[in-house]
Structure formats: C-alpha cells, structure tokens
Design a protein around this ligand. Structure first.
Ligand SMILES: NC(=O)c1ccc[n+]([C@@H]2O[C@H](COP(=O)([O-])OP(=O)(O)OC[C@H]3O[C@@H](n4cnc5c(N)ncnc54)[C@H](OP(=O)(O)O)[C@@H]3O)[C@@H](O)[C@H]2O)c1
Length: 323
C-alpha cells in the first residue's frame, strides 16, 4: 500500500472540515488541511464581511517558516449564510480567541454531523471545558498548538514555525484522534492519552511570558535577559505548578525550563498579548493568569503574583481601549 493510500484510508472520517475564524490560526489550520494528502473539503467561516470579500476576491497569502510566500489554494471562505446551505461537517475546528469560543461553539454546533467532532485550539483554560459542557466528551477534542502565526497585512499571514503540538480528548478514540493528527501533519501533531498536562504546561509558559512582555512592551527574550523579569516569571510558574498539582496534573516538562526554551526560540517575537495591546484589542489574560487565580481559589491555593499580573493587564487593556 502506498503511503498516500494509508493516509486517505485513515481519514475516512473527515471529508468535510469547517474552520471557525479566518484569523491567524484559522488560516494556518486551513493551510495545513489543504496540504494534507487526504484532501478534505476545507471551509473557513469568516464573520467580518470586509475580510470575507477580500479573501474571496484577492485570496489569502501565507509566508512559510522557510520564507516562501504562497497563495492559499483550495479553501472555501464562507459566511454564516453560506454555512446554512452547506449541510453537516465531519470536523469543526474553532480558531477564535478564547473569549469568543463559547459563542462560536453555540453558533456552529448544529452543523456538526452525528459522528463528527469539534476541536478547540485556544490558549489558556476554559474554552475546551465550555465546549465539553455543550457537546459532551465524545465530540470534543483539545489541541495545544505550539506554532506561531501572525498577520502581516489584511490578507497575508506569517507562519513562524513551532514545535510538536498535542491533541487529546477524554472520550474520543485514538483512531479518530490520529485521523485528525494526520490531517494536520505539517504541524507535527502528536496524539496523547491525557491532554491536561500539556494544556497546563502551555498555560504556565503563557502566564509567565505574556503579561510581563505586554506590560513592559518588550520582546520575549527580555524574560530571560533581565534577571528581575525572570524572577517574576519563576514565581508565576511556581504558583501555576502548585495549582496544577492540586488538580492532580503533572506537567510533562519542567515549566521553568520550558519558559527559557520558548523565550529563547521566540526571542525576537512580540507575544500575542503584547500584539493585542498594540492593536487595541482585548487580551486573553482572563483565560491565562485569570484562570490560574480562579482555579487556585477553588482548591485553596493562593496565587498573588498571577493575580497582580492579571489586574495590571486588565488596567493596561482599559488604557489601550480608551486611546
Ligand atoms: N496566533 C498564534 O500564533 C497562536 C498560536 C497558538 C495558539 N493560539 C490561540 O489560538 C486562538 C486564536 O488566535 P488567533 O491569533 O488566530 O486570533 P485572531 O487572529 O484574532 O483570529 C480569531 C478570528 O476568529 C474570528 N471569530 C471570532 N468569533 C467568531 C465567530 N463566532 N464566528 C466566526 N469567526 C469568529 C475573529 O473574527 P473578527 O476579526 O471578526 O474578530 C478572528 O478573525 C487564541 O486562543 C490563541 O491564544 C494562537
């Protein structure tokens, strides 16, 4: 059997895929899906009419980590009106920000086929839990996406690369998860039995790097260059680890070493939280440091450093919105 045949066979489940959100991650996922040898039908739901028109008329470009600028071919950009005419989907991938994901899941749930599954891709905690509550464990998957992508222009995106990403779900068969992973092969997605440790590891890294870089408006590398910022990052990580342990979660790697690795690997980049501040957008701090604090309250672990960063970020957000 040729490798391509194997791949097509293992993807008998997912012939029609809906990506919700035509932002950074939505475009990267669409690119990964159309690059897959299984060639599913790929539909990207774009809610902003101006972007929808632009993407349809002029196309979308993605710059790959090796610097190639490619036109995204074979992707259908659709509106909510189109969605109603398209019937059911085998796979839905929610690529909105964390604060939009609950509403997005509610809007698209009726378009998920009876054997279909929905994947949440958000950073932080809560989006997966909210989707789980709506759809149940047999239909909900969490992905920890360890790749970076940002917008270069209205219809141009830069994929900066990344490392292994992870996929898991409490009630989903390994066969089904492997099928999704094979569709996203170019993002080197690994299926894991328990996704929680990977979600908490990414949470710890984001909780340390994102608010500090956003508050001080510095590149990621400053976290490991400046000894004071590094000390605060270490406190954030220690608190997050204490909360995780109370939930029985053992992270798959030392979170502080992971902070150092990520700050080195992405040293010249601006964190997504800083980018949101620069663009005057809401940040995901409620779902990152905020979730560490709230989960800590629930199990009696105090997390004062995360709480201070959370409050400072909320004030910073309000300043940016006023200008
Ligand atoms: N970017 C990265 O490198 C990266 C890496 C790993 C994980 N993540 C996580 O992935 C998530 C998405 O991040 P992103 O950078 O892709 O954000 P983004 O560029 O802001 O894209 C989100 C998109 O979702 C759209 N949207 C929101 N609600 C919608 C709805 N109900 N229906 C249809 N579309 C909807 C938004 O539309 P509008 O333009 O109308 O608001 C926007 O285009 C975040 O949780 C982030 O933390 C990002």
């Amino acid at each position: 059997m040729r490798p391509e045949e194997t791949s097509i066979m293992t993807n008998k489940y997912f012939r029609k895929v809906l990506v919700v959100g035509g932002g950074n991650v939505g475009v990267l996922l669409a690119y990964a899906l159309v690059s897959s040898s299984a060639r599913p039908g790929v539909y990207v739901l774009v809610r902003n009419p101006q972007y929808l028109k632009l993407f349809r008329e002029e196309g979308v470009k993605i710059v790959t980590p090796d610097g190639m600028s490619l036109r995204l071919e074979g992707v259908h950009f659709i509106s909510y009106d189109d969605l109603r005419r398209l019937g059911l989907f085998d796979l839905i991938m929610v690529a909105t920000k964390a604060y939009d994901s609950l509403e997005a899941v509610k809007q698209v749930r009726e378009f998920l086929g009876s054997g279909g599954v929905l994947v949440t891709c958000q950073n932080g905690l809560r989006s997966y839990e909210e989707a789980l509550e709506i759809l149940g464990p047999n239909k909900t998957v969490a992905m920890v996406l360890n790749h970076g992508v940002y917008r270069l222009g209205n219809r141009e995106f830069k994929w900066i690369g990344g490392s292994t990403s992870y996929l898991g779900g409490k009630g989903i068969s390994r066969e089904l998860l492997s099928s999704i992973a094979s569709l996203l092969k170019i993002l080197s997605v690994q299926v894991v039995d328990d996704i929680e440790p990977y979600r908490w590891l990414k949470l710890a890294v984001n909780a340390a790097i994102n608010p500090l870089t956003a508050l001080y408006e510095v590149k990621n590398k400053l976290i490991i260059i400046d000894e004071n910022l590094f000390k605060i990052a270490a406190m954030v990580v220690a608190e997050t680890q204490r909360v995780a342990e109370k939930y029985g979660v053992v992270m798959p790697a030392d979170p502080l070493k992971e902070v150092v690795r990520v700050a080195e690997a992405t040293g010249e980049n601006y964190s997504s939280m800083l980018q949101d501040i620069i663009w005057g957008k809401r940040t995901e701090v409620d779902y990152i440091n905020g979730e560490v604090v709230v989960r800590g309250w629930r199990v009696g672990v105090s997390t004062p450093v995360n709480e201070v960063l959370w409050l400072m970020m909320k004030y910073k957000e309000s300043l940016k919105r006023k200008t």
